[in-house]
Write a protein that binds this ligand. Structure first.
Ligand code: NAP
Length: 254
């Protein structure tokens, strides 16, 4: 089965690095026009842009924690392309600490920032983009969450909560938006070899993480990117509302 996205406009958030960059590249290879979103790393976003196949791609900056940035970005993309067919809510942050030993003020900041970037931002962007998809009769939204939403995150409470919240938001959106031809899918990866996981991947800790899965390795960003494309493809509307685990059997839910 060949998956093509010819003439589709795809907005991938957090595409300057890691999973987002891999997904952006794969979408471009399948014929899409890709909007490479970034926050701070303009140079990396430009490098990703330069690596894409085909033409008509662009880069846009927005802080996921800023509703004004998200409004501005959405309206500028619509001015340029006239539509957004596929939104991939991939941008995210992960910080680890001892939750009861860290200074309390730092905990408050950490909680607020993580929820704003990982949950409130994607919810706002989905709402803005869905309003446009309603006008163009449909689209797809893919949320990238995490195994941590199910397994617990002892050193990253806000991260686990943000991803569980996005799982639930995706389910609500799937129910509410199907009547407009908008289908919503969630992908929940385990450990992926990117900058985000980097601090966890040194020495013995890396080996412990690898041994969590019978494949004895981490996922590569391209593997997650391919799953994002599978979810975004035409023909799988009946999967709307799903939360797809992609963790190498490291954490199996029943
Ligand atoms: N890596 C893993 O092990 C793993 C496991 C499960 C789930 N995930 C999820 O997969 C997604 C991608 O992760 P990754 O590993 O590819 O991460 P990454 O390599 O750290 O890249 C993070 C991306 O998010 C963007 N970003 C960060 N803060 C932002 C903000 N405030 N506003 C807008 N964009 C922001 C970054 O943009 P700039 O660089 O331009 O600032 C970057 O493009 C995340 O949602 C993550 O939670 C990752």
């Amino acid at each position: 089965m060949e998956i093509t996205f010819n003439d589709k406009v795809v907005l991938v958030t957090g595409a300057s690095r890691g999973i987002g960059a891999a997904a952006a590249y794969l979408f471009s290879q399948s014929g899409a026009k890709v909007v490479v979103h970034y926050n701070q790393n303009k140079q990396s976003a430009e490098t990703v842009l330069g690596s894409l196949a085909g033409s008509g791609h662009s880069i846009f900056q927005a802080d996921m924690a800023s509703p004004d940035d998200l409004k501005k970005m959405t309206s500028e993309i619509i001015s340029r392309y006239g539509k957004i067919d596929i939104l991939v809510n991939n941008a995210g942050i992960y910080e680890e600490d001892d939750m009861v030993q860290m200074p309390f003020d730092k905990f408050l900041e950490y909680w607020d920032e993580t929820i704003r970037v990982n949950l409130t931002g994607p919810a706002i962007l989905s709402n803005l983009v869905a309003r446009e998809m309603v006008k163009t009769v449909g689209g797809r939204i893919i949320n990238v969450t995490s195994r941590g939403a199910f397994r617990g995150e002892p050193t990253a409470w806000a991260y686990g909560a943000s991803k569980a919240g996005l799982n639930s938001t995706g389910q609500s959106m799937a129910k509410s938006l199907a009547k407009y031809g908008i289908f919503v899918f969630t992908l929940a990866p385990g450990f992926v070899e990117t900058d985000m996981a980097g601090p966890c991947l040194v020495g013995e800790k890396r080996r412990e993480i690898e041994s969590q899965t019978p494949l004895n390795r981490l996922a590569q960003p391209e593997e997650i990117g391919r799953a994002i494309l599978l979810l975004a493809a035409e023909g799988n509307e009946y999967m709307t509302g799903c939360i797809l685990d992609m963790n190498g059997a490291s954490y199996l839910r029943t």
